[in-house]
Design a protein around this ligand. Structure first.
Ligand SMILES: C[S@@+](CC[C@H](N)C(=O)[O-])C[C@H]1O[C@@H](n2cnc3c(N)ncnc32)[C@H](O)[C@@H]1O
Length: 282
Protein backbone atom coordinates (compact mmCIF):
# COMPACT_ATOMS: atom_id res chain seq x y z
CA UNK A 1 0.00 0.00 0.00
CA UNK A 2 2.88 2.34 0.78
CA UNK A 3 4.54 1.58 -2.55
CA UNK A 4 1.26 2.40 -4.29
CA UNK A 5 0.91 5.56 -2.16
CA UNK A 6 4.39 6.66 -3.28
CA UNK A 7 3.35 6.42 -6.95
CA UNK A 8 0.17 8.37 -6.17
CA UNK A 9 1.32 11.03 -3.69
CA UNK A 10 5.03 11.75 -4.00
CA UNK A 11 6.73 13.89 -6.62
CA UNK A 12 9.03 12.99 -9.50
CA UNK A 13 11.38 11.31 -9.91
CA UNK A 14 9.84 8.28 -8.24
CA UNK A 15 12.20 6.32 -6.02
CA UNK A 16 10.46 3.12 -7.18
CA UNK A 17 7.81 3.05 -9.87
CA UNK A 18 5.89 -0.02 -8.75
CA UNK A 19 2.78 0.10 -10.92
CA UNK A 20 1.69 -3.32 -9.65
CA UNK A 21 1.70 -2.24 -5.99
CA UNK A 22 -1.88 -0.96 -5.98
CA UNK A 23 -3.31 -4.21 -7.37
CA UNK A 24 -1.08 -6.39 -5.19
CA UNK A 25 -2.16 -4.47 -2.06
CA UNK A 26 -5.71 -5.77 -2.46
CA UNK A 27 -7.07 -2.24 -2.98
CA UNK A 28 -9.18 -1.91 -6.08
CA UNK A 29 -8.50 1.59 -7.36
CA UNK A 30 -6.88 4.95 -6.64
CA UNK A 31 -9.90 6.44 -4.84
CA UNK A 32 -10.01 3.43 -2.51
CA UNK A 33 -6.29 3.86 -1.83
CA UNK A 34 -6.80 7.53 -0.91
CA UNK A 35 -9.67 6.53 1.39
CA UNK A 36 -7.59 3.77 3.01
CA UNK A 37 -4.66 6.14 3.59
CA UNK A 38 -6.95 8.81 5.06
CA UNK A 39 -8.55 6.22 7.36
CA UNK A 40 -5.12 4.98 8.49
CA UNK A 41 -3.96 8.54 9.18
CA UNK A 42 -7.15 9.34 11.11
CA UNK A 43 -6.87 6.14 13.17
CA UNK A 44 -3.24 6.84 14.08
CA UNK A 45 -4.00 10.51 14.82
CA UNK A 46 -6.40 9.40 17.57
CA UNK A 47 -3.44 7.98 19.47
CA UNK A 48 -0.48 10.10 18.33
CA UNK A 49 0.07 13.77 17.36
CA UNK A 50 -0.93 14.46 13.73
CA UNK A 51 2.49 15.91 12.79
CA UNK A 52 4.15 12.73 14.06
CA UNK A 53 1.71 10.55 12.10
CA UNK A 54 2.37 12.55 8.92
CA UNK A 55 6.14 12.16 9.42
CA UNK A 56 5.71 8.45 10.00
CA UNK A 57 3.70 7.94 6.81
CA UNK A 58 6.18 9.99 4.74
CA UNK A 59 9.14 8.12 6.26
CA UNK A 60 7.40 4.82 5.59
CA UNK A 61 6.83 5.64 1.91
CA UNK A 62 10.49 6.67 1.58
CA UNK A 63 11.86 3.70 3.52
CA UNK A 64 9.73 1.04 1.85
CA UNK A 65 10.41 2.26 -1.69
CA UNK A 66 14.08 3.01 -1.15
CA UNK A 67 14.94 -0.37 0.32
CA UNK A 68 13.55 -2.08 -2.80
CA UNK A 69 15.22 0.42 -5.12
CA UNK A 70 18.59 -0.05 -3.41
CA UNK A 71 18.29 -3.86 -3.55
CA UNK A 72 17.28 -3.75 -7.23
CA UNK A 73 20.17 -1.37 -8.10
CA UNK A 74 22.67 -3.64 -6.36
CA UNK A 75 21.05 -6.74 -7.93
CA UNK A 76 21.49 -5.18 -11.35
CA UNK A 77 25.26 -4.90 -10.71
CA UNK A 78 25.30 -8.54 -9.57
CA UNK A 79 23.50 -9.62 -12.78
CA UNK A 80 26.13 -7.72 -14.79
CA UNK A 81 28.82 -9.90 -13.20
CA UNK A 82 26.90 -13.09 -14.01
CA UNK A 83 24.75 -13.78 -10.94
CA UNK A 84 21.63 -15.66 -12.09
CA UNK A 85 19.70 -16.39 -8.86
CA UNK A 86 17.77 -13.83 -6.80
CA UNK A 87 16.34 -14.90 -3.43
CA UNK A 88 13.82 -12.51 -1.89
CA UNK A 89 13.66 -13.40 1.80
CA UNK A 90 10.36 -12.29 3.34
CA UNK A 91 9.13 -11.24 -0.10
CA UNK A 92 5.61 -10.28 1.01
CA UNK A 93 4.01 -8.39 -1.87
CA UNK A 94 7.30 -7.67 -3.66
CA UNK A 95 6.53 -7.32 -7.36
CA UNK A 96 10.05 -7.49 -8.80
CA UNK A 97 9.63 -10.84 -10.59
CA UNK A 98 6.41 -9.56 -12.17
CA UNK A 99 7.77 -6.13 -13.13
CA UNK A 100 10.91 -7.67 -14.61
CA UNK A 101 9.54 -10.46 -16.80
CA UNK A 102 12.24 -9.37 -19.27
CA UNK A 103 14.81 -11.08 -16.99
CA UNK A 104 13.16 -14.52 -17.32
CA UNK A 105 16.02 -15.90 -19.44
CA UNK A 106 18.71 -14.39 -17.22
CA UNK A 107 17.59 -14.70 -13.62
CA UNK A 108 15.73 -17.25 -11.46
CA UNK A 109 13.78 -15.61 -8.65
CA UNK A 110 12.86 -17.36 -5.39
CA UNK A 111 10.29 -15.72 -3.11
CA UNK A 112 10.58 -16.95 0.48
CA UNK A 113 7.83 -16.20 3.00
CA UNK A 114 5.29 -17.72 5.39
CA UNK A 115 2.99 -20.16 3.53
CA UNK A 116 -0.06 -18.09 4.55
CA UNK A 117 1.40 -14.89 3.08
CA UNK A 118 2.21 -16.72 -0.15
CA UNK A 119 -1.29 -18.18 -0.40
CA UNK A 120 -2.79 -14.70 0.03
CA UNK A 121 -0.50 -13.31 -2.67
CA UNK A 122 -1.19 -16.18 -5.07
CA UNK A 123 -4.95 -15.75 -4.60
CA UNK A 124 -4.57 -12.02 -5.25
CA UNK A 125 -2.59 -12.72 -8.44
CA UNK A 126 -5.43 -14.96 -9.64
CA UNK A 127 -7.99 -12.21 -8.89
CA UNK A 128 -5.88 -9.81 -10.95
CA UNK A 129 -5.54 -12.42 -13.76
CA UNK A 130 -1.75 -12.21 -13.45
CA UNK A 131 0.14 -15.40 -14.34
CA UNK A 132 3.21 -15.93 -12.15
CA UNK A 133 6.24 -15.45 -14.42
CA UNK A 134 8.14 -18.58 -15.47
CA UNK A 135 11.34 -17.58 -13.65
CA UNK A 136 9.61 -17.34 -10.23
CA UNK A 137 9.50 -20.08 -7.57
CA UNK A 138 7.65 -19.71 -4.25
CA UNK A 139 9.48 -21.19 -1.24
CA UNK A 140 7.25 -21.45 1.85
CA UNK A 141 9.16 -21.14 5.14
CA UNK A 142 9.13 -19.77 8.71
CA UNK A 143 12.57 -18.25 9.40
CA UNK A 144 12.21 -18.97 13.12
CA UNK A 145 11.60 -22.70 12.53
CA UNK A 146 13.28 -23.78 9.29
CA UNK A 147 16.61 -23.43 7.56
CA UNK A 148 16.69 -21.21 4.49
CA UNK A 149 19.42 -23.38 2.95
CA UNK A 150 17.29 -26.55 3.18
CA UNK A 151 14.14 -24.87 1.89
CA UNK A 152 16.00 -23.38 -1.08
CA UNK A 153 17.58 -26.72 -1.90
CA UNK A 154 14.12 -28.31 -2.00
CA UNK A 155 12.95 -25.49 -4.30
CA UNK A 156 15.57 -26.08 -6.99
CA UNK A 157 18.14 -23.44 -5.99
CA UNK A 158 21.62 -24.19 -7.33
CA UNK A 159 23.85 -24.18 -4.24
CA UNK A 160 27.04 -24.26 -6.31
CA UNK A 161 26.25 -20.96 -8.03
CA UNK A 162 26.30 -17.47 -6.49
CA UNK A 163 23.06 -15.73 -5.64
CA UNK A 164 21.85 -12.29 -4.65
CA UNK A 165 19.64 -12.19 -1.54
CA UNK A 166 17.45 -9.35 -0.32
CA UNK A 167 15.87 -9.25 3.14
CA UNK A 168 13.81 -6.09 3.36
CA UNK A 169 11.58 -5.06 6.24
CA UNK A 170 11.93 -8.46 7.88
CA UNK A 171 14.77 -8.53 10.43
CA UNK A 172 12.78 -6.06 12.54
CA UNK A 173 10.39 -8.88 13.46
CA UNK A 174 12.88 -11.71 14.00
CA UNK A 175 14.96 -12.68 17.02
CA UNK A 176 18.65 -11.79 16.94
CA UNK A 177 19.48 -15.51 17.05
CA UNK A 178 17.42 -16.23 13.91
CA UNK A 179 18.93 -13.25 12.09
CA UNK A 180 22.49 -14.42 12.71
CA UNK A 181 21.68 -18.08 11.98
CA UNK A 182 20.19 -17.04 8.63
CA UNK A 183 23.15 -14.78 7.83
CA UNK A 184 25.47 -17.66 8.73
CA UNK A 185 23.73 -19.85 6.13
CA UNK A 186 24.08 -17.14 3.51
CA UNK A 187 27.76 -16.70 4.40
CA UNK A 188 28.12 -20.39 3.47
CA UNK A 189 26.67 -19.96 -0.04
CA UNK A 190 28.85 -19.87 -3.16
CA UNK A 191 31.62 -17.25 -3.28
CA UNK A 192 30.59 -13.79 -4.51
CA UNK A 193 26.98 -14.26 -3.32
CA UNK A 194 25.59 -11.09 -1.78
CA UNK A 195 22.89 -10.08 0.64
CA UNK A 196 21.24 -6.70 1.08
CA UNK A 197 19.15 -6.13 4.15
CA UNK A 198 17.59 -3.22 5.91
CA UNK A 199 17.42 -2.92 9.68
CA UNK A 200 16.36 -0.44 12.36
CA UNK A 201 19.08 1.20 14.45
CA UNK A 202 19.25 1.02 18.24
CA UNK A 203 17.20 3.66 20.08
CA UNK A 204 20.28 5.07 21.83
CA UNK A 205 21.46 6.39 18.43
CA UNK A 206 18.20 8.20 17.58
CA UNK A 207 17.11 11.76 18.32
CA UNK A 208 13.83 12.60 20.06
CA UNK A 209 11.64 12.79 16.93
CA UNK A 210 13.11 9.56 15.57
CA UNK A 211 12.50 7.82 18.89
CA UNK A 212 8.87 8.94 18.76
CA UNK A 213 8.46 7.60 15.21
CA UNK A 214 10.00 4.30 16.31
CA UNK A 215 7.62 4.21 19.29
CA UNK A 216 4.65 4.49 16.89
CA UNK A 217 6.07 1.71 14.67
CA UNK A 218 6.53 -0.49 17.74
CA UNK A 219 2.99 0.21 18.95
CA UNK A 220 1.59 -0.65 15.51
CA UNK A 221 3.61 -3.87 15.31
CA UNK A 222 2.56 -4.96 18.79
CA UNK A 223 -1.11 -4.19 18.00
CA UNK A 224 -1.10 -6.52 14.98
CA UNK A 225 0.80 -9.27 16.83
CA UNK A 226 4.08 -8.62 15.01
CA UNK A 227 6.31 -6.94 17.62
CA UNK A 228 9.57 -5.20 16.69
CA UNK A 229 12.17 -7.54 18.17
CA UNK A 230 15.65 -6.56 17.03
CA UNK A 231 17.51 -3.28 16.51
CA UNK A 232 21.23 -2.92 15.90
CA UNK A 233 24.16 -0.56 16.38
CA UNK A 234 25.61 -0.33 12.84
CA UNK A 235 29.32 -0.67 13.73
CA UNK A 236 28.73 -3.68 15.98
CA UNK A 237 26.46 -5.33 13.41
CA UNK A 238 29.02 -4.85 10.61
CA UNK A 239 31.70 -6.45 12.81
CA UNK A 240 29.43 -9.46 13.59
CA UNK A 241 28.59 -9.89 9.89
CA UNK A 242 32.32 -9.97 9.05
CA UNK A 243 32.88 -12.55 11.81
CA UNK A 244 30.27 -14.77 10.13
CA UNK A 245 32.55 -15.06 7.11
CA UNK A 246 31.46 -12.28 4.75
CA UNK A 247 34.50 -10.88 2.98
CA UNK A 248 33.09 -7.40 2.30
CA UNK A 249 30.53 -5.39 4.25
CA UNK A 250 29.08 -2.02 3.24
CA UNK A 251 26.75 -0.21 5.64
CA UNK A 252 24.75 2.75 4.32
CA UNK A 253 23.17 5.15 6.76
CA UNK A 254 20.65 7.92 6.06
CA UNK A 255 23.27 10.54 5.13
CA UNK A 256 24.70 8.41 2.36
CA UNK A 257 21.30 7.16 1.22
CA UNK A 258 19.80 10.64 1.15
CA UNK A 259 22.75 12.02 -0.83
CA UNK A 260 22.55 9.15 -3.34
CA UNK A 261 18.77 8.95 -3.79
CA UNK A 262 16.89 11.92 -2.31
CA UNK A 263 19.09 14.94 -3.17
CA UNK A 264 17.24 17.88 -4.72
CA UNK A 265 13.73 16.62 -3.98
CA UNK A 266 11.14 19.26 -3.25
CA UNK A 267 8.45 16.98 -1.77
CA UNK A 268 10.17 16.53 1.62
CA UNK A 269 10.73 12.82 1.03
CA UNK A 270 13.84 11.49 2.74
CA UNK A 271 15.12 8.22 4.12
CA UNK A 272 14.32 7.79 7.81
CA UNK A 273 17.23 7.97 10.25
CA UNK A 274 15.75 4.89 11.88
CA UNK A 275 16.89 2.65 9.03
CA UNK A 276 20.21 1.46 7.67
CA UNK A 277 21.01 -0.73 4.67
CA UNK A 278 23.72 -3.33 4.83
CA UNK A 279 25.24 -5.14 1.88
CA UNK A 280 27.61 -8.05 2.45
CA UNK A 281 29.47 -10.24 -0.03
CA UNK A 282 30.66 -13.80 0.55
C1 LIG B 1 7.05 -5.83 6.29
S1 LIG B 1 6.93 -7.17 5.18
C2 LIG B 1 8.17 -6.78 3.99
C3 LIG B 1 7.84 -7.35 2.66
C4 LIG B 1 8.80 -6.99 1.52
N1 LIG B 1 10.12 -7.59 1.72
C5 LIG B 1 8.92 -5.51 1.34
O1 LIG B 1 10.01 -4.97 1.37
O2 LIG B 1 7.90 -4.86 1.21
C6 LIG B 1 7.67 -8.49 6.13
C7 LIG B 1 7.55 -9.85 5.43
O3 LIG B 1 8.30 -10.81 6.18
C8 LIG B 1 7.53 -11.99 6.33
N2 LIG B 1 7.95 -12.62 7.58
C9 LIG B 1 8.01 -12.08 8.82
N3 LIG B 1 8.42 -13.00 9.72
C10 LIG B 1 8.62 -14.16 9.02
C11 LIG B 1 9.04 -15.47 9.37
N4 LIG B 1 9.32 -15.77 10.64
N5 LIG B 1 9.13 -16.40 8.40
C12 LIG B 1 8.81 -16.11 7.11
N6 LIG B 1 8.42 -14.86 6.70
C13 LIG B 1 8.32 -13.92 7.65
C14 LIG B 1 6.09 -11.49 6.40
O4 LIG B 1 5.17 -12.51 6.06
C15 LIG B 1 6.11 -10.35 5.39
O5 LIG B 1 5.81 -10.79 4.08
Amino acid sequence: MMRAAHVLLDGEPKILKDDLALGFSGIEHEAALRAALNALQAELAQKFPLALVESLLRYTRAGVTLRSRYAEDELSKAIDRGVSQYVILGAGLDSFAHRRRDLAGVLRVFEVDYPATQHWKQARLRELHIEPPPHLTFIPLDFEKQSVAEALHAGGYHAGEPAFFSWLGVTWFLTEETIFQTLQQIASTAPSSEIVFEYPVAEALLDEEERQVLAVIKALGAARGEPVRTLFEPAKLAARVRELGFAHVWDSGPEEVNARYFAGRTDGLRFPNIGHLLKAQV
